[in-house]
Design a binder for this molecule. Structure first.
Ligand SMILES: Nc1nc(Cl)c2ncn([C@@H]3O[C@H](CO)[C@@H](O)[C@H]3O)c2n1
Length: 234
């Protein structure tokens, strides 16, 4: 066990899906995994391990924001030997052609700052997804007929942003959506030679103000989880 994860070493699979919301970890485990067992509930950040099509998978909540994700990703990588980490979560759409319910597969993740900014100092490091995971995720999404967008996203430190000038530059430069975890996940995976990807459902839209009705969120998130599982194992 670690400071923040109560599982025994061996109870966490080499492949880990990381939703921000621990209750979504429980829902995804109950919906997609066989033999799912609760392996973590420290601080209520639920984690489950089971199998999908015979493949061992852990679904572990990351919490909201890069500092929280950094804690769980570091411990999953360094103590439990996680090799593949796929963030599954929601994001806000930032382009007119990106609709709510669409899925964004994040090639890169821009930030103003991240937990790794301190060691990067003046280096403008470019966090990017694992190509093999990204390629498999796109193939799975196309096979499912899910409307998908592949490109750059923005990992913000705030949900209640107050920088319309930044939003303008991000939209101008093609940023597809905003969330709060992927950039640090990609950076940590690169640091430790692991594979990482973020598969996101557009739940809100910053331009149109549209939001996914709560009763639709579950089904939309189901497509995202399936894409993430295929990405990891196909
Ligand atoms: N900044 C931000 N903005 C919008 Cl429009 C979001 N839509 C979903 N999220 C994600 O959902 C949580 C915030 O509700 C965070 O974990 C974040 O990754 C968003 N985060």
């Amino acid at each position: 066990m670690t400071v923040h994860i109560g599982a025994e070493v061996g109870q966490i699979a080499e492949t880990v899906l990381m939703p921000g919301d621990p209750y979504r970890a429980r829902w995804a485990a109950e919906t997609f995994l066989e033999g799912a067992e609760l392996v973590n509930e420290v601080r209520g950040m639920l984690g489950y391990t089971g199998t999908w099509r015979g493949h061992r998978v852990t679904i572990q909540g990351s919490g909201m924001g890069m500092p929280s994700l950094s804690i769980y990703a570091n411990e999953l990588i360094t103590t439990y030997g996680a090799q593949t980490l796929v963030r599954i979560g929601s994001c806000g759409g930032m382009q007119p052609h990106v609709g709510i319910r669409d899925v964004i597969i994040a090639m890169t993740a821009s930030t103003i700052t991240s937990p790794s900014s301190g060691i990067m100092r003046e280096l403008n490091y470019a966090p990017c997804a694992d190509w093999g995971l990204l390629k498999a995720a796109v193939a799975a999404a196309e096979a499912k007929g899910t409307t998908t967008h592949v490109g750059g996203i923005y990992s913000s430190d705030v949900f209640y942003a107050e920088r319309p000038d930044l939003d303008e530059q991000m939209v101008r430069h093609g940023i597809l959506g905003v969330e709060m975890e992927a950039a640090e996940l990609y950076t940590l995976a690169a640091r430790h030679g692991r594979r990482a990807l973020a598969v996101l459902t557009v739940s809100d839209h910053l331009q149109t103000g549209e939001a996914l009705p709560s009763d639709e969120r579950e089904r939309s998130f189901g497509d995202m989880v399936e894409i993430a599982l295929h990405a990891a194992f196909d």
